[in-house]
Design a protein around this ligand. Structure first.
Ligand code: CAA
Length: 258
C-alpha cells in the first residue's frame, strides 16, 4: 500500500508506521489522519502482523499536533466534526486495537500528537523528545481525548498544570510522571521498541487481544468526559481568542490574550 504521508514497513511480524510530513513537523492533517486509520486497520486484518509501532519520520518530531493551518478557518460545526473524527480513530482504531500498538516518540509529541501516543498501549520516548498539550496557547483545548487520557495517566493535578500552562515537558519528566514507559537514546528508540514488540510476540495473540480489552475496561474512557471535551473543543472555534491564537502561530508571533 502506498500512502501520501505515511511510510509503512513490515519486518518479522512488526509493522512500523511512520508519519511522514517532516517539513510540517509531522502535523496531522485530515488526509494523514485517515491514512493512519487505514494503515492500522490493514495491520489488524493482516495475520502476518502481530505488533504495530507508530513513530514520526525524521529526528525532530513524532507529531506536532493537528494541522493548525488546516483548521484555523473552521466553524464550530467543523471543529466538532474534527474532534469527532479524532475521538473515533483514537478510541476505535488505536486504543481498542486488538493488536498492541507502541508509540515510539522520536521528537515533539504535541497536542493531537501526544493524544495519539496516549491512546497507544505502550509509550517509549527518545531522551530528546518533548511532550505537551499546548492548545490553550491557541485559544483551544485538546480535542482528541487528551483532557481525559492525560488525567488518567498522570493524575488530575499534573494534567491540569500541563494543559493550563501549555508547557512542554522533557523525557525525564514524562518518565517520572508515568506518561511514558521507557526513555532511551534517540538511536535506540526503534531497536528498543522492536525488542519490546518481540517480547510481546512470544505470547498468545488471543490472550493479548483479551488483555487489551480487559485493561481498557478497567480504565474505561468516560464517554461523558469525552462528550464534554468534544463540546468544549468545538465551542472554542470562531471565538476571538481562537482566531487570535491560530493567526499568531501561523504568523510566527506570540498571541496576547486579554
Ligand atoms: N500545524 C501545522 N503546521 C505546523 C504545526 C502544526 N501543529 N507544527 C509545526 N508546523 C509547521 C510550522 O508552521 C512550520 O511550517 P513552515 O516552515 O511552513 O512555516 C514547520 O512546521 C516547522 O515548524 P516551526 O518553524 O514552528 O519549528 P520550530 O522548531 O521553531 O518550533 C514547535 C517547533 C515548538 C513544535 C512549533 O512548531 C509549534 O509550537 N508547533 C505547534 C504545536 C501545537 O500547538 N500543537 C497543537 C496543535 S492543536 C491540536 O493538536 C488540537 C487537538 O487536540 C486536536
Amino acid at each position: 500500500m502506498i500512502y501520501k504521508n505515511l511510510l509503512s514497513s513490515i519486518n518479522n511480524r512488526v509493522n512500523i508506521i511512520s508519519i511522514n510530513r517532516p517539513d510540517k513537523l509531522n502535523a496531522l492533517n485530515i488526509e494523514t489522519f485517515k491514512e493512519l486509520d487505514k494503515a492500522i486497520n490493514l495491520a489488524v486484518s493482516n495475520s502476518e502482523i502481530r505488533v504495530i509501532i507508530i513513530t514520526g519520520f525524521g529526528k525532530k518530531a513524532f507529531i506536532a499536533g493537528a494541522d493548525i493551518k488546516e483548521f484555523a478557518n473552521f466553524t464550530k460545526d467543523k471543529g466538532h466534526e474534527l474532534s469527532h473524527l479524532g475521538h473515533k480513530i483514537l478510541s476505535n482504531t488505536i486504543e481498542n486495537c486488538p493488536k498492541p500498538i507502541i508509540a515510539a516518540i522520536n521528537g515533539y509529541a504535541l497536542g493531537g500528537g501526544l493524544e495519539i501516543a496516549m491512546a497507544c498501549h505502550i509509550r517509549v520516548t527518545s531522551s530528546k523528545a518533548k511532550m505537551g498539550l499546548p492548545e490553550t496557547s491557541l485559544g483551544l483545548i485538546p480535542g482528541y481525548g487528551g483532557t481525559q487520557r492525560l488525567a488518567r495517566l498522570i493524575g488530575k493535578g499534573r494534567a491540569l498544570e500541563m494543559i493550563l500552562s501549555a508547557r512542554m515537558i522533557n523525557a525525564d519528566e514524562a518518565l517520572n510522571y508515568g506518561l511514558v514507559n521507557y526513555k532511551v537514546l534517540q538511536e535506540e528508540l526503534i531497536p528498543f521498541s522492536v525488542e519490546l514488540a518481540n517480547k510481546i510476540i512470544l505470547n498468545s495473540p488471543n490472550a493479548i487481544k483479551n488483555a487489551i480489552k480487559s485493561v481498557n475496561a478497567y480504565n474505561q474512557p468516560d464517554s461523558e468526559g469525552f462528550n464534554i471535551e468534544m463540546k468544549e473543543f468545538s465551542s472554542c472555534f470562531e471565538t476571538e481568542d481562537f482566531i487570535k491564537g491560530t493567526k499568531a502561530f501561523l504568523n510566527k508571533e506570540k498571541p496576547e490574550f486579554n
